[in-house]
Structures are given as structure tokens and as C-alpha cells.
Design a protein around this ligand. Structure first.
Ligand code: ADP
Length: 460
């Protein structure tokens, strides 16, 4: 099939989070299955490619949509202060329109346009309205994947005209969303198939707790809503070949992990005994990720003689909370408030335990990466974390990590303490970290599931 894959960020060209990882890897896995795939994304300032195209995988043409006024600036979605760019509606409606025009110019007739998140939400809407009678797209079906429902892409109603859509769509049955309008809602209503990035998240978003006000329309469209778990790209995430870590290793040569731990402690200037557990986390500093719960328990964790490493950037309030933690615990805590892909890989490799206290987590990649690096996740049982991490049972030695359910700092602390107590049993820990490194979360399986959905929708 001919597939046009649209995502506002794609590894290795631009990334703020997991969406870029998915958009970098899934098209390659689809190509592997025999599909003809193209990608289109905006050409931001940080895209360091000469010209308007690049190649990904074997033969995937990546098109960059240029417009200096809209994309040549710092920050993909937000400025240095974390404030949304004021013209984001222009930026992403232009991207959607241009993507459709581009494939026409290229005479690439997609069977499927696979859209991702709110930035591409107008595509299904345009196809069923402005391009409804365009013979070029007569056979084109849309799949709209929700990576994070909370980012609704909502705008003030007085900006509506910029979408180029008829006013009649600015209604409750259309894109209207709590006095504003939402591009994500457009994607949900107008796409042929909706997917969420894990089976549990696909269920959760139909409830009031996780539905961000979209739960009713999602329930209404539940027959078209599927959960497909993300994978990870083992060409990037593999301690055996990772270029950024101090010493390559695998579950078969696990001693190498210890060297990474010692070197990481040194690199970060910490004075932690490398025999003690080193606990790490990497992620966006946003309410979703639960790092305020984590900040709450760091002092108590430090009393237990552990090392703690955090790498993240995001909302200023979390920068403040975490800087405060760093000031209080100079020796055994390292707080790194930046985006640093290489350091992230050294943290996955050098830590023993990886924390993901997310309030909600559509899929989560950190736990999957941790598995591969023999680092044991402690996670909240939600979304994709609930689908991939299972509570370790010290008697049977079944399970892969340590979970907590309620958003209560003490419960996160309890789960971490359970992890530390298994860490202290060297033989059990060794068996656990060797086991989790052998799990297979490669993209192949997910790509096959998407492929089946493409088949299904094109037959309708
Ligand atoms: P989300 O998409 O919600 O941000 P995921 O767990 O799906 O969360 O994916 C996060 C990805 O971004 C992972 O690959 C993680 O390692 C990476 N990441 C997040 N923050 C940073 C950072 N500050 N530096 C380097 N990598 C980061």
C-alpha cells in the first residue's frame, strides 16, 4: 500500500518526545512489511538537512515543508519561556494543507494517510470537506493515532477562519471544544480509524478521568477505536551497539552495565557508592509525568543511601522544585534540567532502577528502553505502563518491575523500596535484569497490527 505518514516531529530530524521516536521507527517497520511509505513534516530551524527531502529506512522519502515565516525559529511548539507560539494554528494548518498539495504534486496517491496527534488533526477534516470531491483522494483513508489526548490543539474561535473550513463545522458535533475549537477533535471525528498507543490507554480515554472532555465522542466512535502498543527501535536503543554509553554490554555480558554505572556517577560528579542502587529518570517535566510526587520522596530515598539522577526539561515550576531538591542533596542527587539524548542513553545504561510515576501514560517508551538496558522500571499502573510492566513477585520471580496505583507519593516510595529490597538480593536481581533485557518490544509486531488496520479500512 501507499502510505503517507504525517507527524510534526520525526527522529532523527526533530524531537521533543515519544511521538518523534514512533514517527522515526514505525514507517521503517512498515516499509519492511512491503509498504511504500512517505513522510512529511515541517522544516523547523533545527532540521539540519539541506534541501527539501531526505531518505529514511531503505527508500522512504521524507518531505520537509518549508516556510521560513512559520518554521524558522527556536522551539517546535513553544518559545524559550515554554509559551505556545501564538501562530501555531497557522503553522499546523499550513502543514496539513501543504502535505495534501505536496502528494498531488508528487503524484503519490496514498491509500492511507496516517495522521498523528493534533498537529495533523485537520487532515481527516480537509479530506472529508475541502477535498471531498477531489478525484486524487477518492480512495484515500485516514488513520488518526492519539499519542496524547491531553494535547488537544485548541484555539480561540476568532481564529477559525484560518482553518479555511466552513463555519458550520464550528459546532458541538464538529470541532467546537469548550468554547474553543480543537484540531484533535477534528481528527477523532473525521478519521476512518482512530488508534491510541496502547490497549489500556484506548480504554482509559473513553472515561471521564482520562478523556479530557472527548470521552463522549470517543465512546461514540469506539467501534473504530483500537489500541496498538508502540515499539522501540533497537537500532538506537541497544546497549550492545549504543555509541553514547561508556561500555557496550548485553544481558550476556552484564558486567559492562556496572562500568556504565561507575562512569555515570563520575561524569555527574556524584559521590555515591556504586554498590548502592542508582535510581534514574528521563522525561518531560510536565504534570503528566508525576515528577512532583517524585520530588516529594527524594529526601526519604536519599536517607536510604542511594543515588538519584534526573534528566528532563519542561515547565518552569518543575525546574524550580527539582533545583531545590538538587541544592538539598548535593552528593547523591544529580538533577540535569536539559534535553540531552546522549546523556539519556547513559542514564538508561548506568542506572539500576528507572522511575516513571506518570499520572497518565499513553504508552511510555522509558520503561521499554529500560528493559533493554537491564534497568528495572518502577511505574504507576496506567496506560501503556499497565500493558508492559508487571509486578515482580519475589517468590515466583515472575514479573518485570514494581507498580503503584494511586497518585500518592508514599505509594511511589513503597514501590521503589520494594525494588531496592530485590536489588539487595544479588542473585534474584541478576536473574531479573537478565530476563527483562530479552523482552521483544520491536516495531515489527506493532507494524503488523497497523498493517491489518490499513487492510481493514481500505476494504470498507
Ligand atoms: P512522551 O512522549 O510523553 O514525552 P515517552 O516515554 O513516550 O514520553 O517518550 C519520551 C522519549 O523522549 C524517550 O525516548 C526519552 O528518553 C526521551 N526524552 C524525554 N526527555 C528527555 C531529555 N530531557 N533528554 C533526552 N531525552 C529525553
Amino acid at each position: 500500500m501507499k502510505i503517507l505518514f504525517l507527524s510534526s516531529e520525526v527522529v532523527p530530524f526533530a524531537k521533543t518526545g515519544g511521538l518523534a521516536d514512533v514517527a522515526g521507527a514505525l514507517p521503517i517497520a512498515l516499509e519492511h512489511l512491503g509498504h511504500e511509505v512517505r513522510i512529511a513534516m515541517p522544516k523547523y530551524r533545527e532540521v539540519s538537512v539541506q534541501g527539501d527531502t531526505a531518505v529514511s529506512g531503505k527508500n522512504i522519502k521524507v518531505h520537509f515543508i518549508s516556510n521560513d515565516r512559520l518554521y524558522d525559529r527556536d522551539g517546535i511548539y513553544v518559545d524559550q519561556n515554554g509559551t505556545d507560539h501564538p501562530d501555531n494554528l497557522d503553522r499546523f494548518s499550513y502543514y496539513c494543507r501543504e502535505a495534501l498539495e505536496l502528494v498531488k504534486r508528487e503524484d503519490f496517491r496514498p491509500d492511507i494517510i496516517h495522521c498523528n496527534d493534533w498537529q495533523t488533526g485537520l487532515i481527516p477534516v480537509y479530506l472529508k470537506t475541502l477535498y471531498k470531491d477531489d478525484p486524487f483522494f477518492q480512495k484515500t483513508k485516514t488513520v488518526f493515532t492519539i499519542h496524547n489526548l491531553a494535547y488537544t490543539g485548541s484555539f480561540d474561535k476568532n481564529e477559525w477562519d484560518k482553518t479555511g473550513l466552513d463555519k458550520s463545522l464550528l459546532s458541538v458535533d464538529g470541532l467546537e471544544y469548550y468554547g474553543r475549537f480543537s484540531l484533535l477533535k477534528g481528527g477523532i471525528i473525521f478519521s476512518d480509524i482512530i488508534t491510541a498507543v496502547s490497549p489500556t490507554y484506548a480504554k482509559e480515554i473513553q472515561t471521564e478521568e482520562f478523556g479530557c472532555g472527548m470521552e463522549q465522542i470517543l465512546r461514540k466512535r469506539s467501534a473504530y477505536l483500537y489500541g496498538v502498543l508502540n515499539g522501540i527501535d533497537y537500532n538506537i536503543w541497544d546497549p550492545e551497539t549504543d555509541k553514547y554509553i561508556h561500555k557496550n554490554y548485553s544481558y550476556k555480558s552484564i558486567e559492562g552495565k556496572h562500568i556504565n554505572k561507575e562512569m555515570l556517577i563520575k561524569e555527574l560528579g556524584m559521590s555515591v557508592d556504586p554498590k548502592k542502587p542508582l535510581i534514574g529518570t528521563v522525561g518531560r517535566l510536565a504534570y503528566q509525568k508525576g515528577y512532583d510526587m517524585l520530588a516529594d520522596i527524594v529526601s526519604r530515598l536519599c536517607d536510604m543511601d542511594i543515588g538519584f539522577v534526573l534528566l528532563g526539561t519542561g515547565e518552569p515550576r518543575y525546574h524550580e522544585i527539582l533545583s531545590d531538591v538538587a541544592r538539598k542533596h548535593k552528593n547523591n542527587v544529580s538533577i540535569n534540567l536539559s534535553y540531552n539524548a546522549a546523556l539519556a542513553q547513559r542514564i538508561y545504561a548506568g542506572c539500576d532502577i528507572f522511575l516513571m510515576p506518570s499520572r497518565y501514560e499513553p504508552c511510555g517508551l522509558g520503561q521499554l528502553i529500560s528493559f533493554k538496558y537491564s534497568t528495572v522500571p518502577v511505574a504507576r499502573k496506567t496506560g501503556g505502563l499497565a500493558d508492559t510492566v508487571f509486578e515482580y513477585d519475589s517468590k515466583t520471580e515472575e514479573g518485570s518491575g514494581f507498580l503503584f496505583t494511586d497518585c500518592v507519593p508514599e505509594h511511589l516510595l513503597d514501590a521503589t523500596i520494594r525494588a531496592i529490597s530485590v536489588y539487595n538480593d544479588k542473585q534474584k536481581w541478576l536473574r531479573l535484569i537478565q530476563k527483562i533485557a530479552q523482552y521483544d518490544f520491536s516495531w515489527d509486531k506493532s507494524a503488523r497490527e497497523y498493517s491489518k488496520l490499513y487492510d481493514k479500512v481500505t476494504r470498507c
